[in-house]
Ligand binder design. Structure first.
Ligand SMILES: Nc1nc2c(ncn2[C@@H]2O[C@H](COP(=O)(O)OP(=O)(O)OP(=O)(O)O)[C@@H](O)[C@H]2O)c(=O)[nH]1
Ligand SMILES: [Zn+2]
Length: 395
């Protein structure tokens, strides 16, 4: 819809939610994990697994109903603790939290938290055809306004049996809204765009994920599973990847819960999957890693400027005729010469450079000193990124 084109918003200066519990903080922000994935991939199975696992948390679960626009729909909210759950109905302004007018979904969740503060985690299952690219900015934009919730991470459940077909042979109504909602005839450039490898919903769900659960491992052979893992890894090398049967993950904290995916840099070492030659590369979306040398604190504005050019130019070109590259997700670990670090977090054109909250060093495993500074980009046609100007601070 025309009126939903997001404005460019620079929230670079805003503070990130503290995830360190503090007695002096009157209202602790409640983390929310978004669980997405194609129809039937195993999202509800994952939520049920989490609800019955022993994590000591009191979790509120919202199962999103069908993709649709029914106004004033109510959602079943299940609150579960120690294997005891109760269900109540909460009103949500719009049928689908992902496609609802920006912020109203977040507002509904905030009012939920304010009315009922006796849970400490929210899990939200999105419909099978949602574009998670809309979700994170929704939470981000709200953050500066003193939100009572924060986005902990996006978990994408992938159906191992069907994922390759979803990536390779999209049927028209599987396309994300941005591809199908166009009413005007295609321009020559758009026609050209449509001849390039198709961007499917599966691509979007994988490219925006912080954690990918490759589920239904029981239905395919080991070698096939390994191939699929490598293909997914080629799309998003930043996400943690787990193979599961019935979405079963033994240790939940740090794997699907408590990720702090928007305030830390992940340890991306993936022992199980690697890019074994070019055969596993995805033609549509890939991950590009730019190594960074340690930079002086005074050089940070240069990095900020470069990221603006990189992310906003790409967006400009998309609005104009020339569609060159597209960046869906940006994460960066910036080592500063004074020994501190910064973390870069971006979704599409919105990004921020943050100094991670103490304690901790900004990485999810507390090992920044052992890591190389780098900017990691996930998107399309990333070989064209250098066209946005010289990349500063490359090591
Ligand atoms: N064989 C097999 N079946 C599974 C596995 N995980 C889930 N299923 C089954 O797959 C079906 C769909 O699982 P759900 O958890 O409902 O999937 P979902 O992603 O929530 O589905 P929607 O809400 O319809 O999008 C159910 O019948 C599950 O029992 C698995 O690892 N292996
Ligand atoms: Zn479900």
């Amino acid at each position: 819809m025309d009126d939903e084109i997001p404005d460019l918003v620079d929230i670079g200066g805003s503070a990130h939610p503290p995830d360190v519990p503090s007695d002096s903080t009157p209202l602790r922000k409640v983390p929310i994990t978004i669980v997405t994935g194609y129809l039937g991939a195993g999202k509800t199975t994952l939520l049920n697994h989490i609800l019955t696992a022993n994590h000591g948390k009191k979790i509120a679960v919202i199962l999103n109903a069908e993709f649709g626009n029914t106004a004033d729909i109510e959602k079943a909210l299940t609150v579960s603790q120690n294997n005891q759950s109760s269900t109540e109905w909460i009103p949500l302004a719009n049928g689908c939290i992902c496609c609802s007018v920006k912020d109203s979904g977040v507002a509904a969740l905030e009012s939920l938290v304010e009315r009922q503060r006796d849970f400490d985690y929210i899990l939200l299952e999105t419909t099978g055809v949602a574009d998670p690219g809309n979700i994170a900015p929704m939470f981000w934009l709200d953050e500066g306004l003193g939100s009572s919730i924060y986005l902990d991470g996006i978990v994408t459940v992938v159906d191992a049996k069907n994922i390759l077909r979803s990536l390779d042979e999209p049927i028209p109504n599987e396309l994300p809204a941005s591809e199908t909602d166009k009413e005007a005839p295609l321009t020559p450039d758009e026609r050209h765009h449509h001849q390039s490898p198709l961007l499917t919903t599966a691509h979007l769900q994988i490219s925006h994920a912080d954690v990918i659960i490759l589920n239904k491992a029981d239905l395919i052979s080991e070698p096939d599973l390994s191939d699929i893992g490598s293909r997914i890894f080629s799309i998003n090398s930043l996400a943690r990847l787990f193979c599961t049967t019935h979405s079963r993950i033994d240790e939940l904290s740090g794997t699907v819960l408590d990720l702090n995916a928007y305030s830390t840099f992940p340890n991306t070492h993936s022992p199980h999957f690697s890019l074994k030659g070019h055969s596993h590369l995805d033609p549509t979306i890939s991950t590009l890693t730019l190594p960074l040398r340690a930079i002086d604190p005074q050089e940070l504005p240069v990095l900020q400027d470069w990221l603006e050019t990189l992310l906003w130019e790409a967006e400009d070109r998309q609005e104009g005729q020339l569609r060159k590259y597209e960046i869906h997700r940006t994460k960066g670990l910036v080592l500063i010469t004074d020994g501190t670090i910064r973390v870069v977090q971006g979704v599409r054109d919105i990004f921020e450079i943050i100094q991670p909250p103490t304690p901790g060093d900004g990485t999810d495993d507390g090992e920044a000193s052992k890591q190389q500074g780098r900017i990691v980009l996930i998107g399309r046609n990333l070989d064209l990124v250098s066209g946005a100007g010289p990349i500063p601070f490359t090591s």
